[in-house]
Design a protein around this ligand. Structure first.
Ligand SMILES: [Zn+2]
Length: 251
């Protein structure tokens, strides 16, 4: 994953700012999606988490205090999606602002018809195009309590999606992946879920996925890492596309 020069830099950073063993054990304990990783993948995750903490600024807000264990936990969650991609996939932004709880963004939002609303939606997280990621710490700590949910992975998936423009459920695909297959798989799964929802059927995925293609990708990504067996059972084609994109096989 790392070329020679980077390897040297990486070794230096990891040597100077190591994550203490006890903090790392504690973070792994609290990050169920990392339990299924083998020893060498867990070691890579630790290196990535170290580099993540060195290169990003975690900014607790509104009186929140984050100790070292909290920071390591956040980094472990954040680096899961890029375990096989590399930290470069998080280039172009710097800050993670963490509120104590769910928050209401104080800025107008423009809808598809060009109408500007002062939104009153309570949010667990938010990711800006080239700007910060914003997270609710209460929701970060809820990871694993509601099966399939992981707000950090959700917002990181939006960041990956926005590497090639607006968040639209279409992140930059690898060379051997087929854009047409990706579109077909996601849109047919989307159509089927919409129909199930209209028929009042219980969905195998958080209905928030149906807010937009971007949310579908982000919610499916959460499920891919948190409850891969469920995603694979109910949306096997989506699961396979995410397997190719993330280059991981969580189930
Ligand atoms: Zn979202």
């Amino acid at each position: 994953m790392f070329d020679k020069i980077r390897n040297w830099r990486v070794r230096r950073i990891v040597a100077r700012h190591p994550i203490v063993e006890s903090l790392w054990r504690d973070a792994l304990q609290r990050c169920p999606a990392a339990h299924r990783l083998g020893a060498s993948d867990q070691a890579t995750l630790r290196v990535l988490a170290t580099l993540f903490l060195e290169s990003k600024s975690l900014e607790p807000a509104k009186g929140l205090q984050l100790d070292d264990a909290d920071r390591v936990l956040l980094a472990a969650h954040a680096c899961l999606p890029i375990l096989k991609l590399g930290l470069d996939w998080y280039d172009g932004w710097h800050s993670i602002i963490v509120y104590p709880d769910a928050f209401i963004p104080r800025r107008p939002q423009t809808d598809a018809a060009g109408v500007v609303h002062q939104t009153s939606n309570v949010m667990a997280g938010e990711a800006w195009g080239r700007g910060p990621v914003i997270l609710s710490w209460a929701d970060v700590l809820n990871t694993g309590k509601k099966p399939g949910h992981n707000v950090v992975i959700h917002e990181m998936a939006h960041k990956l999606d926005m590497l090639n423009g607006d968040a639209n459920g279409f992140p930059p695909l690898h060379r051997r992946m087929d854009r047409r297959v990706w579109s077909r798989v996601f849109s047919s799964a989307w159509d089927r879920l919409q129909e199930d929802q209209r028929n009042g059927a219980e969905l195998p995925i958080d209905p928030y996925a149906l807010e937009s293609p971007a949310e579908f990708f982000a919610v499916a990504s959460e499920q891919f890492f948190e409850t891969p067996a469920t995603l694979r059972e109910h949306l096997p084609d989506v699961y396979r596309q995410l397997e190719q994109f993330y280059r991981q096989h969580p189930f």
